[in-house]
Ligand binder design. Structure first.
Ligand code: URA
Length: 437
């Protein structure tokens, strides 16, 4: 077989066989096909699409480009959650310990921030000492011992995705349903899970801008999961404004911990609602509850009695982090300077654009402008008013935590553009737009 035959076929909209897809994925992973030829194939896929069968074949080939972790020695139904990426989305930090405290094993392999979106690994690494680079053996042991381990993609997990993702990022071929589905599902299926909850974001801060696109992506990932024998539930959720009210790595750890300690502010209603809902779906899939309502009560109980927070502390300690930093936030990285954004006039918040807030956070140093950018874990934005809130002139809208004046200067125009006030009342955004299972 020659790679050019595969390129010809996809350029001419023909269906690729399992053998052809496996050949391309295996040879590319080994380094036997150059990036420029794979870039051409990715663009042909981006423009001409893949059928559902081709997408399943691609996922399977990417999954088997590395190890599929065997968690048979861990009792229980192993469940994970994956979000397609957003701004202020720290639900993983909240729901993993909640589910683990309820006896649902959560083997979670997460990613770093991508573009304007935040990443669980970057947030976890803002906890002093926290190690996300554990071996798969330690990962397995910790899931058995604590019901949860939070690590990053190792070189053994879906290596084809690691290479292809980096190439897609620089060839403008990220936003394709089949490529996103194969990328996400190959990594998740390699973790050793039995079931998965997907949080598919839609709106300005999401890769899928329209609800229809998000629903198509969700359906595709569900059918891939089913074909691989896994239970998958997908929620379509809003990403037009940031989730919760803290954006930035250590700030998001603080917001998650506050929520696990049972103290959340009115502007964090959406984070609480989504965290409880996602965790409840995981508890149901994990066989610990019959229905969402009773699962929700169980979730609330482990928040109220402190056991979910205690579980998080144990996970942090086991992974080399300083658990006392979760009680004494002065031990977490913090920015030295603070800037207040105030309302220029009376009105109602009509928009708080997630994409622009995310970009602003990147310019402050919370995300990467280039591949090897060094993050500043203490910087970020605290949002005090959300869409629908009524405000008076001079009200505090956002607080910007920063360390460098030139970074603040670059970040502020995005924040100012993100916030739109209206003279007329505005309804709050609908958080959960649809559920598929
Ligand atoms: N997240 C992933 O892991 N892969 C994609 O392609 C997009 C988001």
């Amino acid at each position: 077989m020659h790679f050019q035959e595969i390129l010809f076929k996809k350029r001419d909209r023909q269906e690729l066989t399992s053998e052809e897809i496996r050949f391309f994925v295996d040879q590319y992973t080994k380094g036997d096909i150059p990036d420029y030829q794979v870039s051409a194939l990715l663009m042909a896929i981006y423009l001409n699409g893949l059928t559902i069968d081709e997408t399943v074949r691609l996922t399977d080939a990417m999954l088997h480009s590395g190890i599929v972790v065997d968690l048979a020695n861990v009792e229980g139904i192993k469940v994970d959650k994956h979000s397609t990426g957003g701004v202020g989305d720290k639900t993983s930090l909240i729901i993993a310990p909640i589910c683990a405290a309820l006896g649902v094993p959560v083997p979670m392999i997460s990613g770093r921030g991508l573009g304007h979106t935040g990443g669980t690994l970057d947030k976890l690494e803002s906890i002093p000492g926290f190690n996300v680079k554990l071996s798969l053996e330690r990962y397995r042991q910790q899931v058995k011992e604590l019901n949860c381990c939070l690590i990053g993609q190792t070189k053994e997990i879906a290596p084809a995705d690691k290479k292809m993702y980096a190439l897609r990022d620089v060839t403008c071929t990220v936003e394709n349903k089949s490529l996103i589905s194969a990328s996400i599902m190959s990594k998740k299926l390699a973790e050793g899970i039995d079931a998965l909850v997907l949080d598919v974001k839609t709106g300005s801060g999401a890769f899928m801008k329209s609800q229809q696109q998000a629903e198509e992506l969700a359906r595709l990932m569900i059918s891939i999961g089913r074909k691989m024998g896994k239970e998958v539930t997908a929620l379509i959720t809003d990403m037009n404004q940031p989730l919760g009210s803290y954006v930035g790595n250590s700030l998001e750890v603080i917001e998650s911990v506050n929520l696990l300690k049972g103290s959340s502010l009115p502007e964090q209603y959406d984070l609480l609602e989504l965290s409880v809902l996602l965790a409840s779906h995981m508890v149901v899939l994990g066989g610990k509850s019959e229905d969402l309502e009773s699962a929700g009560q169980q979730v609330q109980k482990v928040i109220d009695d402190g056991s979910a927070f205690e579980k998080l502390k144990k996970i942090v300690e086991k992974q080399g982090g300083d658990p006392s930093s979760l009680d004494d936030y002065s031990k977490l990285p913090t920015a030295t300077e603070k800037y207040q954004v105030k309302a220029a006039r009376k009105g109602f918040v009509a928009k708080l654009d997630a994409l622009l807030v995310g970009k602003s956070a990147v310019f402050l140093g919370a995300g990467r402008l280039v591949l090897d950018s060094k993050l500043d874990p203490g910087v970020g934005i605290v949002i005090r008013k959300k869409v629908g809130d009524e405000v008076n002139r001079g009200d505090l809208m956002m607080e910007v935590y920063y360390n460098k004046q030139d970074q603040l200067k670059k970040a502020l125009p995005y924040l100012n553009e993100a916030l739109v006030l209206s003279e007329n009342p505005v309804s709050p955004l609908t958080l959960v737009k649809n559920t598929f299972d």
